[in-house]
Write a protein of this length. Structure first.
Length: 327
């Protein structure tokens, strides 16, 4: 087959997620297997603008499949949101003779990729790497399963202390626009409720919890709250509860960045490996401006526009299951 992609660039962008390294390894090795050179771009789009680039060989990705974070580093880059910034990035691609890009990140990363691809007609393939699982068209994103397991382990530990003191705990998790982590960690951790952005207002959800959860004979409760700068997240919910029920002993735990860390789960390593291979296969099939995803355990190609714009709702049966199981 005659194919004109000789060199690809690879970068990770946005929030780091466990399993990004496994994806970098898979993309690099699959490219090399197919005779394509790999240039690693450090610090996401910032490194594309500032030319932080190194050629990668197969040994550069040795021993990283089990490491959290990203060896390529990640950064937020405001400059790339401007046409001028993207023009500089394109100049780098030309000077480095990079014919196509594989970008690993979330919706912001793909929004930037779509703009660059449109303006300069460059093949770009996206690999979903975000703990939030908020990309439409893929059943899971790289890092989500690991983060979910990390949260579940924290919930288990907090349950021990909550039940020893008859306390109500509000545990704040990441996902200000997507409740997958909150909802599913609540189910996995046996929590009494989850306050998520996809359903009624947080205030209404806390009222429902007070109505259903608090009148039970349980001596402790755990409520998982998706972060929310407007309502104050877990602290905001705890304050609301204390206002109406000063008799309860309420505590707040904000899990924060520990949710991003740790060695990726087997599921994330396998997902990242499959999607990394799929990203290069997609380029070889002359796909462009798509995200590779997984749907019903099969690889799918999802146009950037759909992956970014279409809303991926939490599973309604999971919302119902949590309510039933918490009685
Ligand atoms: P996460 O879901 O983990 O936050 P993300 O990819 O959504 O990951 P962002 O910080 O939103 O993370 O985006 C990553 C980078 O993508 C930004 O720093 C910026 O360089 C680029 N980007 C985001 N939005 C745009 C946009 N509208 N136009 C061009 N580039 C963008």
């Amino acid at each position: 087959m005659e194919y004109n992609i000789k060199t690809i660039g690879i970068l990770t962008s946005g929030g780091d997620a466990p399993g990004m390294n496994a994806a970098i390894r898979a993309v690099t090795r699959t490219a090399i297997f197919n005779g394509i050179n790999v240039k690693a771009i450090y610090q996401g789009y910032k490194g594309l603008i500032n030319r932080e680039i190194k050629e990668f060989h197969t040994e550069d990705v040795s021993g990283i499949i089990g490491r959290g974070g990203t060896i390529l580093k990640s950064a937020r880059c405001q400059e790339f949101c401007t046409p001028e910034g993207r023009a500089t990035a394109f100049q780098t691609l030309q000077d480095e003779q990079i014919d196509a890009l594989v970008v690993i990140g979330g919706d912001g990363t793909f929004t930037g990729a779509r703009a660059l691809a449109k303006e300069y007609n460059i093949p770009i393939i996206g690999v979903p790497g975000t703990i939030d699982n908020d990309l439409w068209g893929t059943d899971s994103t790289i890092g989500y399963d690991t983060a979910l397991n990390t949260i579940m382990q924290c919930v288990d530990k907090i349950r021990d202390t909550a039940s020893s003191h008859n306390r109500i705990f509000f545990i704040e998790v990441m996902g200000r626009d997507a409740g997958f982590l909150a909802l599913n960690s609540a189910i996995a951790g046996g929590a009494e409720a989850a306050i998520i952005p996809e359903r009624k207002t947080p205030e209404e959800q806390i009222e429902a919890f007070i109505g259903h959860g608090l009148r039970k004979s349980k001596n402790s409760s755990i409520v998982i709250v998706a972060e929310n700068p407007v309502t104050g997240g877990a602290q905001g919910m705890a304050d609301l509860l204390k206002k109406n029920h000063p008799e309860y002993d309420v505590r707040v735990t904000i899990l924060g960045h520990l949710q991003r860390g740790g060695s990726p789960s087997a599921y994330d390593r396998i997902l990242a490996s499959r999607l990394g291979v799929a990203a290069i296969n997609a380029l070889l099939e002359e796909q462009r401006s798509i995200m590779v995803g997984i749907k019903n355990d099969e690889i799918v190609y999802v146009p950037f526009t759909k992956a970014i714009k279409d809303d991926k709702d939490v599973q309604p049966d999971s919302v119902a299951a949590l309510q039933v199981l918490a009685i």
